[in-house]
Design a binder for this molecule. Structure first.
Ligand code: COD
Ligand code: ATP
Length: 168
């Protein structure tokens, strides 16, 4: 089975490309952002570790125990040290979940599977894949897409972009 890593900067268009690969070509997509949400659901080990480190103020105040992603994002995209701590908690759990999904594709006889991973290079997951496809757009377009999609300020968008490896 050929494992293809699909990567690129935030809001450059990865999910749009993977949607096309899924709907037009029927390829199985393993989406790291989706897995990264599942592994921090209340009751998981990663959820407990996040609350132990960042405190209960990063939980929604509605009693659901779900993470307040906006609040956690505001902390970690401004501060490298906090982001490294969060990555150290979430990434190992995502890797296991991803491995399970890859095994499922293999067991069901797929010939290709796509790993949609924003941090494919930073997190070392490029070692798992046979091919790497990079989705790229200009810096100006990336900023514009990010602010529009996430309805965020220029500073917040710049912080997120700066937290990732530069594309060139
Ligand atoms: C900080 C969190 C709670 C913010 O959640 P939010 O819903 O606002 O963003 P979401 O998870 O949808 O991510 C949107 C995009 O942000 C970028 N991004 C997310 N986490 C990171 C990170 N640790 N470093 C750099 N970029 C990141 C990616 O391009 C991603 O596609 C969340 O991003 C998170 O838990 N990040 C750590 C896990 C991670 O690295 N996820 C990326 C894929 S493994
Ligand atoms: N070719 C395109 N033309 C116009 N808009 C696009 C194009 N590709 C993506 N977009 C828009 O840009 C925004 C970001 O795209 P998308 O969500 O696919 O990025 P991403 O790389 O998956 O981001 P993330 O790293 O956050 O997961 C979306 O609102 C999407 O609709």
């Amino acid at each position: 089975m050929l494992v293809v890593g699909l990567t690129g900067g935030i809001a450059s268009g990865k999910s749009t490309v993977s949607r096309l690969l899924s709907t037009k070509h029927g390829l199985p997509i393993i989406d790291a952002d989706v897995l990264a949400r599942q592994v921090v659901e209340p009751g998981t080990r990663a959820h407990t570790q996040i609350v132990n480190h960042f405190g209960t103020s990063v939980l929604l105040q509605d009693g659901s125990q779900q993470l307040d992603r906006k609040k956690l994002g505001d902390i970690v995209f401004k501060d490298d040290k906090s982001r490294r701590v969060l990555n150290g908690i979430v990434h190992p759990a995502v890797r296991w979940a991803m491995l399970t999904q890859v095994m499922k594709c293999w067991l069901t006889g797929e010939s290709v599977c796509i790993l949609d991973v924003p941090l494919l290079i930073e997190a070392g997951l490029f070692k798992w894949v046979g091919w790497i496809v990079v989705v790229y757009c200009s810096k100006e377009l990336q900023l514009q897409r990010l602010m529009q999609r996430d309805n965020c300020t220029l500073t917040a968008a710049q912080d997120r972009i700066a937290s990732q490896m530069p594309i060139t």
